[in-house]
Write a protein that binds this ligand. Structure first.
Ligand code: ADP
Ligand code: MG
Length: 308
């Protein structure tokens, strides 16, 4: 079934009991074998979407398929095909990591002979904590235990909801290494994060939601390329009292009395034309640096357009 998407979401909407519309007609596919980022500001609806996939939240309308299994028609197969690492950390504090994984394997009906408890604990660097009480684990350790828990039934798809929130940088790195390793082994990975830089580095493809609506879904490279504004910072040979102005510039701003930052729309002009325009105003340029747009620029421009 290599052509089927790992996850397919069609016209998904959710209105909570209080009347809050958390998802509004969201449709997208997650390709098999990808690392897929679901981005959006707080309250955008990311966890709602993931909790619908895990069966923890009932959708209001629309459909979702996981590994080809409709969550309404084939809930057991759909559930067996996905491992979810929830945003909220919740455990029974009296179980040890080893017991927690054994229990989870039992819930998923994984036969004793096929359990990989110690292998999973090793993979998330918790083998020396195998017999410690969960309440003695640090936040980062608990997060990694949740990842191991999501993998006990060897699902082809794993979803991590804000996996690095509250995890220190070193452990974050470790978590990403493990996620990348799972992905190399063929597991499709979906993650939500508000760390744009992380999404940019890790994800092949990114969907952005805001106020419950899908506002973009593209390969990461294309999304980054969507930033239409670029900037050049010019150092000029003499002091200025005001930034040079030109009809073709989006914005020009003095950073100091000889340094100006000029923002332009890359669909309309290129850096060479900006420089020519500045020289045309009788100014001499002694240094140039360019600024590439990153995902943050795209994200901000998309989410602010969506607010209008
Ligand atoms: P995100 O994960 O992107 O931060 P959520 O899916 O948690 O967003 O929340 C989306 C919106 O739905 C928010 O406005 C949130 O307050 C609301 N919401 C989330 N859970 C519930 C709930 N159980 N009942 C009512 N409203 C909820
Ligand atoms: Mg959330």
């Amino acid at each position: 079934m290599s052509e089927n998407p790992a996850i397919s979401i069609q016209n998904l909407s959710k209105i909570y009991a209080g009347g809050k519309q958390a998802l509004d007609d969201v449709s997208f596919d997650v390709p098999q074998g990808s690392i897929f980022g679901l981005l959006g500001p707080n309250g955008a609806g990311k966890s709602t979407l993931i909790n619908i996939l895990s069966g923890m939240v009932m959708k209001s309308s629309g459909a979702a398929r996981i590994w080809g299994f409709d969550i309404d028609i084939n809930p057991r197969n759909a559930k067996a095909s996905i491992g979810i690492v929830p945003q909220e950390i919740m455990f029974d504090p009296f179980f040890t990591p080893k017991e927690a994984l054994e229990l989870q394997a039992g819930l998923y009906g994984v036969p004793k002979a096929r359990r990989r408890t110690m292998e999973l604990l090793r993979a998330v660097r918790l083998e020396d904590k195998a017999d410690a009480y969960a309440r003695t684990l640090s936040g980062g350790m608990k997060r990694r235990l949740l990842v191991a828990k999501a993998m006990v039934h060897s699902p082809p798809v794993i979803v991590l909801d804000e996996p690095t929130a509250g995890v220190d940088i070193e452990l974050r790195q470790l978590l990403w290494e493990y996620v990348a390793e799972l992905n190399r082994g063929g597991v499709t990975v979906v993650l939500t994060t508000h760390y744009l830089e992380e999404a940019e580095q890790l994800c092949d493809e990114i969907a952005i939601i805001n106020h419950g609506k899908l506002i973009a879904k593209k390969p990461t490279k294309e999304l980054v390329g969507m930033a239409r504004e670029k900037a050049v910072v010019l150092t000029l040979d003499k002091e200025m009292t005001a930034a040079p102005t030109h009809a073709a510039f989006e914005k020009a701003e003095l950073l100091s009395d000889r340094v100006v930052e000029i923002t332009y729309n890359k669909d309309r002009m290129n850096a060479g034309e900006v420089l020519a325009a500045v020289q045309g105003l009788g100014l001499s340029i002694i240094d140039v640096t360019t600024k590439e747009a990153d995902l943050e620029d795209v994200f901000l421009s998309l989410t602010s357009e969506n607010m209008k």
